[in-house]
Design a protein around this ligand. Structure first.
Ligand SMILES: [Zn+2]
Length: 58
């Protein structure tokens, strides 16, 4: 699966419908048509992005 944030392919599956991007160091989860991106804190906590994915992040 291509990373929805950077469009890169350095992604790995870390759970059911859950992926990790090695370039962005974010996790993202696809749930039907809803895609949620998480920052991974140093202690492993997932912090969901509040912005819409269509925003220009790069
Ligand atoms: Zn990425």
């Amino acid at each position: 699966m291509v990373c929805p944030v950077c469009g890169g392919k350095s992604t790995g599956k870390v759970g059911v419908d859950q992926f990790y991007c090695w370039d962005c160091c974010v996790e993202y989860r696809q749930n039907n048509e809803v895609l949620t991106v998480f920052d991974v804190a140093e202690d492993g906590t997932l912090v969901a992005w509040e912005e819409e994915l269509s925003a220009p992040y790069m």
